[in-house]
Design a protein around this ligand. Sequence first.
Ligand code: ADP
Length: 205
Amino acid sequence: MTYIVALTGGICSGKSTIANIFAGLGVPLVDADIIARQVIQSDASILNKIIAHYGHSILLSNGSLNRKKLRQKIFSKQRERTWLNSLLHPLIRRETKLRISLVKKSYVLWIVPLLFENSLHNKANRILLIDVIPEIQLTRVIARDGITYEQAEQILASQASREQRLIYSNDVIINNGELTTINESITFLHKLYLKLAIIFQQKTN
Ligand code: ADP
């Protein structure tokens, strides 16, 4: 069985950036956001249910889902989030399990932005948190997604707090500075996970 390390953190904490550095070390990635996107693309009945719920204005002019608009509809409304989660989560769960079962390496990095918000933390063997101070997070969100300061603040407020994430995480990478400053931590954690994976496999086989 593959040892599962969940990689999580708030928006623009640097999850994708850091996951790609692990990938450079040969670590397979399973990305919850990519799976969510592919589930919607590959299953027409899901898109049809989203259209029935929100109307055709939820689509882009090319007929595909306007993901930005969908995010706006759900992020401040718990009821809408619950509706979308109950539609997508069973399929995402199935696809995630399948992809992890196909991994041939001893451990997999499972990138899950909303690990705590969606109570998925007990599905991982270990949790790696990418932590960043809100001031830097806000600057990065505004630069990356071209949104206003107020919109960025709203997104941050809708997510788990730093404290909530820190309580449940085993390991933390603090990504406030230059990326070069975290290379050593990544190498250290990679070696640690390889060792923990061996112990896990000895126990479970
Ligand atoms: P997430 O996947 O957590 O949303 P990303 O990895 O996409 O975050 O990073 C968000 C943005 O911040 C990207 O534009 C990325 O290039 C930038 N970024 C991430 N880490 C750093 C860093 N240490 N220094 C400068 N920019 C960074």
